[in-house]
Design a protein around this ligand. Structure first.
Ligand SMILES: Nc1ncnc2c1ncn2[C@@H]1O[C@H](COP(=O)(O)OP(=O)(O)OP(=O)(O)O)[C@@H](O)[C@H]1O
Ligand SMILES: [Mg+2]
Length: 342
């Protein structure tokens, strides 16, 4: 058999990352842009499609598809095609020697890993020889060796996925998802700014950038001063209160889901789990968030909340580790099943 390359992938609503056993890791925004006509093709240097940041920057000239909007693969042909194209592109970026046998683990938002699993498998099997799809928070926990009585909270763009990890592959009842995640914070911030500063001109992309730079919850927050045009004239605004309010809105739904997962677990281990809460995903970088969760957990008996060190790669690193630990028989079984179906 040709040389085996293992890959771990985190297929996210806003970002897709890959880590390989050949030592490559890279990340791309989960967007695909398709040329609209021959002018736009020319503008793209003769290319039919562009990916990631380049697709977003050219959004006026392309049909921009974000295939995993709201944490699931949208059920239309365009999105399905875009998932396939995105996977192809990300794998190309990993520079895997041609002719290698590729075994991959793909971590996806919890709902997509169940509802869109068949589609992810179908799209990925064009580029990989054997594949496992798992929920992303589980991949995060696995990567950090937190396999016993841990609660992982993955704060992404489309969803906040919570997963109880207790020594086995998680089952549906070990997971909860809610939709007040990074995108919802952006929308809330846009809404507050529109209400409080009706003259200011800004786009959702600008607001997201501001959030990523200044996101903070809690009482001790540095002032957030930004410049927006007012009728074309750059004008400074203090938006500290709006940023704090929009970011804080994530706390209550997340702590409720957390408490629900803890309360339905074996009572003997509930306290242990509360003391082992792990935050991952881009949204975990909101300053003060772990403290805000700890404060909210006090009324349920308290807890300890930590943030993973590399939110950008924690999912794909963990997925690679699952791939490396998977027995060879398992990969072979998948290959045999595929060839029987074909
Ligand atoms: N420094 C930061 N502070 C606050 N939020 C941030 C920061 N950096 C990124 N984000 C937000 O994190 C979210 C993206 O997180 P991540 O890359 O984990 O999402 P994803 O995996 O693509 O989404 P999902 O898991 O929902 O599919 C976006 O909403 C982004 O604005
Ligand atoms: Mg994610």
């Amino acid at each position: 058999m040709s040389e085996v390359v293992f890959i771990g992938m985190d297929l996210g609503t806003s970002r897709t990352s890959i880590t390989t056993s050949t030592g490559v890791r890279t990340t791309v925004w989960s967007y695909v842009g398709y040329a609209q006509d021959h002018v736009s093709r020319k503008h793209l240097g003769g290319r039919e499609k562009v990916f990631g940041e380049e697709a977003v920057q050219n959004r006026m000239a392309v049909d921009l598809v974000r295939p995993l909007d709201k944490g699931v693969i949208c059920d239309d042909e365009k999105s399905k095609q875009a998932v396939r194209d995105l996977l192809e592109y990300v794998i190309e970026q990993a520079d895997i020697p041609s002719g290698s046998t590729i075994y991959g683990v793909i971590g996806a938002p919890a709902e997509a890993s169940v509802d869109s699993k068949a589609h992810i498998l179908e799209a990925a099997s064009e580029f990989m020889d054997s594949i496992v799809v798992c929920s992303e928070p589980f991949a995060v926990a696995y990567g950090l060796d937190f396999l016993a009585d841990t609660l992982v909270v993955d704060i992404g763009a489309g969803t906040v996925d919570l997963c109880r990890v207790h020594g086995t592959m998680p089952k549906p009842e070990d997971q909860r998802t809610h939709h007040f995640a990074g995108d919802a914070i952006d929308n809330k911030l846009v809404e507050l700014l529109t209400k409080n500063h009706p003259d200011a001109d800004f786009s959702t992309n600008m607001v997201r950038e501001i959030k990523e730079f200044h996101a903070c919850v809690g009482a001790h927050m540095d002032p957030v001063k930004v410049t927006f045009p007012v009728q074309g004239k750059p004008t400074e605004f203090d938006i500290t209160a709006e940023v704090s309010e929009a970011c804080s809105a994530i706390v209550t739904p997340t702590v409720e889901a957390l408490q629900d997962l803890i309360a339905t677990f074996d009572p003997e281990f509930q306290q242990k789990m509360r003391n082992h809460v792990l935050l991952g995903g881009g949204g975990s970088q909101i300053t003060g968030l772990s403290r805000a969760f700890e404060d909210a957990l006090v009324e349920y008996g308290g807890g300890k909340v930590r943030t993973v060190e590399e939110p950008q790669y924690a999912g794909s690193n963990g997925a690679l580790k699952i791939a490396l630990d998977m027995p060879e028989d398992f990969w072979q079984e998948f290959i045999e099943e595929q060839s029987q179906e074909a």
